[in-house]
Design a protein around this ligand. Structure first.
Ligand code: ADP
Ligand code: MG
Length: 363
């Protein structure tokens, strides 16, 4: 129902009363604007009822941009907002009844309607018995309750009470704060500016905004931001979870590939290291057969080539080495099932074996 959008008010170039103030009030809300003296509370009301114009920014009341409101329409606009002031602003020459009835009378409402309305409002503020007294005959608390009754006379949709208990003692502050709460509960949107702890405590359920040096902090915006942050954090965590899941899934998908590649690697190694006969049981058997064939061939060559003796010795040695390696190769195969890691281990072993062989060869 009410929007302040980056509203700045400078009374003079050096005096910033409101500094890019933004807030939003929904119909039916109870709002507490707290802030020390000089923080800009009254300026908000003055801008709202067109006593002052903003230096910058926009103000919407019931979807209407009040910056561009024609002068002739200002009285009608003001009737939609019931203002309650710290110093009551009752007309001293009129009695209580007349003070409450004045606006309706100016608007030309029929007498019986005015009578009914004023009677109801006096009941609401519990001051029926003071109807024919004059303002100076009332206590501060009573005068403020009458000013609230007067503010309600035109059935405004918004009551703006600017430091309504500024001149009251604790008991009267509590009575006035409770009255404003009751009016809100009856359906009217209520904004209260205050730095009175009694009002803050009595209206503890209200939505709070804080003004300091013309800068406004809106607890709802903070909450919204917090909610958004938490939401985005949750979303981030959810996304991370999904990412992790996807990664795991991908890993799973890739796993056989990796295994394959590890196998490929092994094959490669095998082909390059076949000479040493260092691979898996099955391979070892194949290898043994190969070796046996080779040995047969070697046997054939024995007579022809003197080197074949050396080969036999070498084959025996290789066989022993193969047996030694068989256990390790079994576990290597098991590890191989887990992935690529063991290939690196094989590399080391292979290297080691290669080196050993080299040394042997050198010998
Ligand atoms: P609050 O109601 O929180 O005490 P106000 O809105 O009345 O604060 O004032 C905010 C600031 O603007 C104060 O520093 C005040 O002195 C200054 N101010 C208010 N009205 C005028 C004005 N008509 N001319 C110059 N400065 C003003
Ligand atoms: Mg003020």
């Amino acid at each position: 129902m009410l929007k302040f959008i980056r509203v700045t008010k400078k009374y003079n170039p050096d005096k910033i009363a409101l500094d890019s103030v933004t807030f939003n009030v929904d119909s039916g809300e109870l709002i507490l604007i707290t802030g020390p003296s000089g923080s800009g509370k009254t300026t908000i009301l003055k801008l709202l009822n067109k006593e002052e114009e903003p230096t910058d920014g926009e103000i919407y009341f019931k979807e209407e941009n009040i910056n561009s409101l024609r002068r002739s329409r200002v009285p009608l606009h003001r009737r939609k907002i019931g203002a309650v002031f710290q110093d009551y602003k009752l007309l001293p020459e009129l009695n209580i009844w007349e003070n409450i009835a004045l606006a309706l009378s100016i608007l030309g409402h029929p007498d019986h309607e005015i009578e009914e309305k004023v009677t109801d409002l006096l009941k609401l503020v519990d001051l029926t018995d003071k109807a024919y007294l004059f303002p100076h005959q009332l206590s501060g608390g009573e005068a403020q309750r009458i000013s609230i009754a007067r503010a309600l006379s035109t059935a405004p949709e918004l009551i703006f009470a600017d430091e309504p208990t500024g001149n009251l003692d604790e008991d009267n502050s509590r009575i006035v704060a409770k009255l404003l709460k009751k009016i809100n509960e009856l359906g009217t949107t209520v904004i209260v500016t205050t730095h009175d702890p009694v009002v803050i405590k009595t209206l503890s359920g209200a939505r709070k905004m804080t003004l300091e040096n013309g800068e406004l902090t809106d607890s709802k915006q903070k909450e919204d931001k917090k909610d958004k942050l938490e939401k985005s954090k949750e979303e981030k965590e959810d996304n991370q979870e999904v990412d992790e899941k996807e990664k795991k899934e991908k890993k799973k998908e890739n796993f056989p590939k990796k295994k394959q590649s590890s196998k490929d690697e092994v094959e490669k190694k095998e082909s390059s290291l076949n000479f040493f006969g260092l691979f898996g049981k099955k391979k070892k058997e194949e290898k043994t057969e190969d070796k046996e064939d080779k040995a047969d061939d070697d046997d054939d060559k024995k007579n022809e080539d003197k080197k074949s003796d050396d080969e036999d010795i070498k084959t025996d040695k290789d066989e022993k080495k193969k047996e030694d390696k068989t256990e390790k190769t079994d576990s290597d195969l098991a590890e191989d099932k887990k992935g690529i890691v063991k290939v690196e281990d094989l590399d080391d072993d292979d290297k080691a074996s290669k080196n050993t062989k080299k040394v042997k060869k050198d010998k």
